[in-house]
Each structure stands twice: as structure tokens, then as C-alpha cells.
Design a protein around this ligand. Structure first.
Ligand SMILES: [Zn+2]
Length: 555
């Protein structure tokens, strides 16, 4: 396929003897039986309880009560920022007030999402109202809403947390109109209206779909899965058995790929009258208009497969920039092309493996479509997937100049290419599935992945020799860039760039290299200029040696 050369030039195989195996032991499993507890005791940890109250007569918002014990006299409360979908929910916090049994207490806003509370005596009762954003049509499935028959509350949109205590647990009690049911990824307790969150991360990552719900259940490996549907009063009838059956088949394929489900249970939270979706660790909120489902369930299944695959690829296998929750958005993730693109790839693969209907009749037809879209937008080959990743969400318009590019599309194609390369290098013994499993084992814990980690993971061991694959131009560009640090001194990166240029002089796509250096100059002029100088000297030297070699003069 001509695409390979368009995307990354020739592929060199860098052969290193047994250079890997360093991070082979997984970091996720518990080290000792004493770690198998939900609450770890720390003397200074606050005791936290929330009550979330929905009043059927006043659906413009909901009330939250936060009971705190064992807090210092002065502490801070904050509202989390979501790494990609930061809706700046602090805008909707109203009537925030605090009281203590021990005298006067105050709460002061220090920053948009941050409040300072002074409450002597180690105990505080904080109350506020979360106003709901203005209604929109169609409604975004991940934003909170309330209607006479139900709504979406909790999650990242509801709970202020104690800054510095994100590893503390909390209980959440819901006070809802009678007959409303609850579906959530939070842990159930003996009280059907009270739930448990072992950390703030889990608390804000587990929205609550409440109301008059329809629900179905199935188990995979004994792990319960729930499909929950919130219908509009005038919902169109659709084949619910077929929908739930399709979801079960998809689920089985994903679990089979990784070998196990990574959660206690999982809830598909589907809403009528809404669009879009947001993935979570053990649930997904998904817009699923009944009229669309009645007409053609394929688009929804495609989106559902994508969001569900994020349970592994993004929520577990996470970019290095993403860590614990915080009230400031984390740095933009350079690895989002992997998190989104490989998830696009697997949405298609899982649907096919499950034997579910897809739009493109074959994988080849699907790839054809992707390549067409890739080539139709020059931004895709002008900007690296990492640089498109950092502007994928929430960036200012024009971040790529007049170009546009899709990190989802770049990543999906790169994933497909990696699959071909791995299959080719191992005579079909290994595939991208093995890479995904290795990524899960290495980067689902505290440490997330970087671009270099992907390269290292994609190294395949063939007869005891580790073979890493990367485009030689990209490898060269990386060394050139490193060489600018010590420039004009010729350092080890300069030597390394020269080495690559010498061995690949005839085959390198030098136009591609020049284009990429020109691209680097736009955001970082000085780096780009230095890269150009390094490149000029390396190339001149490599050309002289190549000419000398061809004239039989040797070195
Ligand atoms: Zn996604």
C-alpha cells in the first residue's frame, strides 16, 4: 500500500539484543493480602459523606450536602476538571455555605474552581446547589440534566472534594422522587440509596443515571453487566432484545481480547433524546435516541464499541500526562492518538469479531475509506500525531494554521499499519492484539505511557532478538531534534543522526524530512532553525561519504 510510505517513509528495523524485558512485570497486582481492602486508614484523612437531593418540583438543579469530619481548621474544596471534556462545572455551583457545631465558619472563593473553608473544630457541614446548564437540543449525553421522569446527576458535575485528600473514600446518599431507580458505577451498599466511592477519582468518574429506567443484565465470566435505558415519554419502540444481545456479543469479544474484565461490574447508561458519549472506568453514558435505534442500530453500536473499548484503552492504558484527579486540567496528552485512534481501530475489529453489522463490508473497504479521508486532508501528513493530539480537545481555533487533522484518523491508520508490521515481522505469530495486551500490563497502573513506550512495547522478540520498528525518517528527525540541545557542539545525538543518514542515505525521503523540519519551525522558530542547521551538516557529511564510497575511496 502506498500509504506506508506516505505516512512514515521507509521502516527501518532497529535490531537490539534482548534490550527489553525491563518493565515486563506488571505493576497492577496487589503485593500483599493487606492491600486487599477498600479503605486505608490514615489518621489525617477526612471522613466524607455526600447527600445529593433531587426535588421533583424544582428541576433547575439539585442540592448537595457535604458532611466532613476530621478536617483541619482551614482546608480547601475544589471541583474537578475533566482532561478532555472540561465543562467548567464550577460555574454552576451556587449558594455555597458552611456551618460547624463549634462556632462561625467561612467559605471564600480563591479561584474559579477552588474555595477556602475556615471551620474550627475539625467538623463542617457544607451545602450548595448545582444549577443545571441551559437545556440544549439534542442534549449532550455526558452533561447533567433533570426531567420529570429522570436525569443524569453526580459524576464530574456534582461533588466538591477536599484538596489533598483524593485517596480518601466517601459515601453518597441519594434523595430522589419516589419510584426513581439508580444506575451507576459507584459501589452499592446495604442501603439501596447509598453508594460508596473508594477514592475521589472513582467518585467523579461514576455518574448516576436516575429515573424511570428499563434495565437488562448479562454476565461474562460471572462479571455482571447492565444495560440501562432512560426513555423519553414518547419513545419509539425498538428491538431491545437485539440491542442487548449485540452489546453482550461485543463485550465478550473485548473481554476475550484482554483475557478478563477489568472492573467489578459494568453499566451501559443509555439515554433517549441525547447524542455523544463519555467513557468511564466501569460505565459509559451514551446518547441513544429511540427513533435512531428503531431505524438502524449500527451507528450506535459503533459508538458504543468505541466508548466501551476506552474502558481499557484510555481509562486503564492511559497517557503519561493523566494521573490523579485535580481541579486544573492536566497537560494535553501527546499520546491521545493512541488512546483515540487505536480505540477507533478496535471498535471496528470488535464489531467484526462479534459478527455484528458494520457499514463497510470488509476490513479492506474500511481501510480504503480511511486512507481516502487521510489523503483528502493534508494536515494529517503535515502534523505528527503527537502534535495533533495536543490540540484535539479544547484548543484555540487555528491551532494547526489553516490545516485540519484528525488524531482519531491518524491513530486508527497507524494502528492498522502497526498491525501489518507486527504480523509481517513475526510471520503472523503476533498482532496488534499482543501489543494492546502488553500495553495494558505495563501502563494501566500509576505510570502512563509516552510515545517512546509505545515504540518499546511494539518491539517484538524474534528468536531471542528484539526488533523495534519505526520510520527511519522519524528516527532521524528525533535525533536531529535532540542534537539541537548541544548545538553547535556535535554530541552523541549528532553522531546518531549521522549514523542513520549514512546507512539509509539512498532510501531516506529527504523531502519528508525537510517538510517536517519546516513544520517544526512554525511553532518553535529557534528549534526549527537549529534543526535545519544540524540537518544540513549531517546531510553534507553523509553525502560526501556516500560519494567517496561509490568512487571506491573508502572512508
Ligand atoms: Zn474516544
Amino acid at each position: 500500500m502506498s500509504l506506508t510510505s506516505t505516512m512514515a517513509g521507509c521502516f527501518v528495523t532497529v535490531v537490539t539484543l534482548a534490550a527489553r524485558g525491563t518493565a515486563a512485570s506488571a505493576q497492577n497486582p496487589l503485593r500483599d493480602h493487606t492491600e486487599g481492602v477498600e479503605i486505608r486508614f490514615a489518621r489525617t484523612q477526612p471522613v466524607v459523606g455526600y447527600t445529593l437531593r433531587v426535588d421533583a418540583g424544582e428541576l433547575s438543579g439539585f442540592d448537595v450536602e457535604l458532611r466532613l469530619r476530621n478536617v483541619p481548621d482551614t482546608f480547601r474544596l475544589a471541583m474537578v476538571a475533566h482532561p478532555e471534556y472540561d465543562d467548567r462545572n464550577w460555574r454552576f455551583v451556587e449558594a455555597l455555605r458552611v456551618q460547624t457545631p463549634h462556632g462561625a465558619a467561612t467559605v471564600t472563593r480563591e479561584d474559579s474552581a477552588l474555595w477556602r473553608v475556615v471551620a474550627p473544630g475539625g467538623e463542617a457541614l457544607v451545602r450548595y446547589r448545582m444549577r443545571l446548564p441551559a437545556p440544549e437540543s439534542p442534549r449532550a449525553a455526558w452533561r447533567p440534566f433533570l426531567a420529570p421522569t429522570g436525569g443524569l446527576v453526580g459524576g464530574p458535575h456534582a461533588f466538591l472534594y477536599v484538596v489533598g485528600a483524593t485517596l480518601g473514600s466517601s459515601h453518597v446518599t441519594l434523595e430522589l422522587p419516589p419510584e426513581w431507580q439508580i444506575a451507576t458505577g459507584l459501589e452499592p451498599t446495604l442501603d439501596p440509596h447509598t453508594f460508596f466511592a473508594p477514592t475521589v477519582g472513582v467518585l467523579v468518574d461514576s455518574p448516576l443515571l436516575v429515573g424511570r429506567l428499563r434495565s437488562w443484565r448479562f454476565a461474562v465470566d460471572g462479571v455482571p453487566h447492565g444495560v440501562v435505558y432512560w426513555p423519553l415519554p414518547d419513545a419509539a419502540p425498538f428491538d431491545t432484545a437485539a440491542l442487548v444481545g449485540s452489546i453482550e456479543r461485543l463485550t465478550r469479544q473485548a473481554v476475550a481480547l484482554f483475557g478478563r474484565a477489568p472492573y467489578r461490574d459494568y453499566s451501559f447508561l443509555l439515554q433517549d433524546g441525547a447524542y455523544g458519549a463519555l467513557e468511564h472506568r466501569s460505565s459509559v453514558t451514551l446518547g441513544a435516541p429511540s427513533a435512531d435505534l428503531a431505524r438502524d442500530p449500527r451507528p450506535l453500536l459503533g459508538e458504543l464499541a468505541h466508548e466501551y473499548f476506552h474502558t481499557w484503552n484510555l481509562m486503564r492504558i492511559h497517557p503519561a500526562e493523566y494521573g490523579d484527579v485535580g481541579y486544573r486540567p492536566p497537560p494535553r496528552a501527546r499520546g491521545l492518538w493512541w488512546s483515540e485512534g487505536l480505540t477507533m481501530l478496535y471498535a471496528d475489529l470488535l464489531l467484526r469479531r462479534a459478527g455484528l453489522p458494520v457499514f463497510d463490508s470488509t476490513r479492506v473497504a474500511h481501510l480504503e475509506g480511511l486512507i481516502g479521508r487521510y489523503l483528502a486532508s493534508p494536515g494529517n501528513s503535515t502534523f505528527s500525531p503527537e502534535s495533533v493530539s495536543v490540540v484535539a480537545y479544547g484548543a484555540a481555533p487555528g491551532s494547526l494554521g489553516d490545516y485540519s487533522a484528525s488524531t482519531h484518523l491518524q491513530g486508527e491508520l497507524l494502528g492498522a499499519m502497526l498491525d501489518l508490521i507486527v504480523r509481517d515481522a513475526t510471520s503472523g505469530a503476533r498482532s496488534i492484539d499482543d501489543v494492546m495486551r502488553a500495553m495494558l500490563e505495563r501502563f494501566a497502573g500509576a505510570r502512563g505511557f509516552t510515545g517512546q513506550d509505545i515504540e518499546r512495547t511494539t518491539a517484538v522478540v524474534v528468536e531471542g532478538i528484539s526488533v523495534a520498528m519505526i520510520g527511519c525518517e522519524d528516527l532521524y528527525l528525533d535525533r536531529i531534534r535532540q542534537a539541537t540541545v548541544g548545538w553547535p557542539r556535535e554530541d552523541i545525538s549528532f553522531d546518531s543522526a549521522l549514523e542513520i543518514a549514512l546507512t539509509n542515505y539512498q532510501d531516506m525521503d529527504w523531502d519528508y524530512v525537510a517538510r517536517r523540519i519546516a513544520g517544526a519551525s512554525q511553532p518553535e522558530r529557534r528549534v526549527g532553525d537549529a534543526m535545519r542547521q544540524v540537518n544540513r551538516r549531517v546531510r553534507a557529511r553523509a553525502r560526501r561519504r556516500a560519494v567517496a564510497a561509490s568512487a571506491g575511496l573508502g572512508e
